[in-house]
Design a protein around this ligand. Structure first.
Ligand SMILES: [Zn+2]
Length: 280
């Protein structure tokens, strides 16, 4: 693993290493006559004084990897869906409360929210990728531990320590909403895209847990754990420019699928015929 000394230089190094192999391919298939507005919020997990987890050597922190991933997903989406608005909750190394991430997405009227993270396990022996949707009940002990670690960060919203009770107050409403189904479909697509690109890595599936950062989001929202940063082989994937670009491309592809799916269910308002009043 490369020794990467400082946080700013790490992000710079992560982003400077451009590769051609992971470049997106043009969208195939029929394109809609009218591209509908589509706003994606990419949330680079942690930041500033909240470093998140770290690699085994302690010189690479989650906050830098998530920022690099977010910027790369944004780049790919800008190429593939040039009409879409891609918003990052942070584009530098700043501390950002979870509540601010949620507020930014809600007030911006975003269509979808993806929080990007790297994982860690108590014994540093797990690997693979997984995607979470919000639920009061964790789908496994591992899922509960991951939620506890992500929620218990210094950058959490004030009073967010009691994550599960907070989530329980919202979850019935979320269950009833179409957003939850859309989030599950998006999570499934993210997992599929990763599994296609990384058949040798462990697909840990779509999981459910009470993540504060997904709480109160008024749109389909998922939390993606790209790899275990504290696992040597997984960390190597995250720090390799070509493989990380491929991870980002998979997330972008799932977001494009989400957009196409949402378009199919939408009635496009166009004038039945041209008239002087419509001006077409
Ligand atoms: Zn995290």
């Amino acid at each position: 693993m490369p020794g990467l000394a400082s946080i700013p230089s790490l992000v710079a190094a992560l982003l400077a290493a451009r590769v051609s192999a992971g470049s997106p391919t043009p969208t195939t298939g029929p394109r809609p006559l009218l591209e509908q507005p589509y706003t994606v919020v990419l949330d680079a997990g942690h930041g500033g004084s909240n470093s998140g987890c770290a690699n085994a050597h302690g010189d690479v922190h989650e906050k830098d990897v998530t920022l690099a991933l977010a910027i790369e997903v944004r780049e790919i989406l800008r190429e593939r869906l040039p009409h879409a608005e891609i918003v990052l909750t942070r584009d530098d190394d700043r501390t950002l409360a979870l509540a601010d991430r949620v507020t930014r997405a809600n007030e911006g009227g975003a269509d979808v929210f993806v929080s990007l993270h790297a994982n860690a396990s108590p014994r540093h022996d797990q690997s693979g990728f997984e995607t979470y949707v919000l639920d009061a009940q964790a789908s496994s002990v591992d899922a509960a531990l991951t939620a506890r670690r992500e929620n218990g960060s210094p950058g959490s919203a004030p009073g967010s320590g009691g994550a599960v009770p907070q989530a329980q107050s919202m979850v019935e409403q979320l269950r009833a909403s179409a957003h939850r189904n859309a989030a599950l479909a998006l999570a499934g697509a993210i997992q599929r895209e990763q599994a296609t690109r990384f058949p040798g890595r462990s697909d840990r599936g779509v999981r459910q847990a009470a993540f504060d950062v997904l709480l109160g989001i008024k749109m389909p929202a998922v939390l993606f754990e790209a790899a275990f940063l504290d696992h040597g082989r997984d960390a190597a994937v995250l720090l390799d420019a070509e493989q990380r670009r491929s991870i980002a491309a998979g997330v972008a592809e799932a977001l494009i699928e989400h957009y196409r799916r949402s378009q199919r269910g939408r009635t496009i308002a166009v004038p039945a015929r041209c008239s002087a009043a419509s001006g077409c």
